[in-house]
Write a protein of this length. Structure first.
Length: 125
């Protein structure tokens, strides 16, 4: 029994170290913006620089954030204000094309469906 517990602990610690390494070398910062998932595409509009980015579905926690977003029960094509930790990364979309900057979320802080980038842009802001 003790061997089994130790094996589980080693497996758990290995997974934690591997997941931390996934984002090693990136400048993880707090971002605020508008998040939208529609027709299989996830977008993040960064309030600070006014640029809309695709959200990476290769790395990061996009699936977790997508589920939380869908649970908000918004109308089709609506977005929600989000605070999230993450970073921008260059990612090749199609072979032979120039890479584009995508947003990689690593930690969801909060959603607020009553506001947008400009506090007055939505009701309750």
């Amino acid at each position: 029994m003790k061997f089994k517990n130790n094996s589980l602990l080693i497996l758990f610690l290995s997974l934690m170290l591997f997941s931390c390494g996934e984002h090693r070398g990136h400048d993880i910062k707090l971002f605020a913006g508008e998040y939208r998932y529609y027709a299989g595409i996830t977008e993040f509009f960064n309030c600070k620089d006014g640029v809309r980015y695709f959200v990476s579905d290769k790395i990061g926690i996009n699936d977790e954030i997508k589920k939380a977003f869908l649970n908000l029960g918004l109308k089709l094509k609506d977005d929600a204000y989000i605070q999230v930790k993450g970073y921008l990364q260059s990612e090749e979309q199609l072979e032979g094309m120039d890479p584009v900057s995508v947003f990689v979320p690593v930690e969801l802080i909060k959603f607020d469906k009553t506001r947008g980038c400009k506090r007055s842009s939505k009701q309750g802001g």
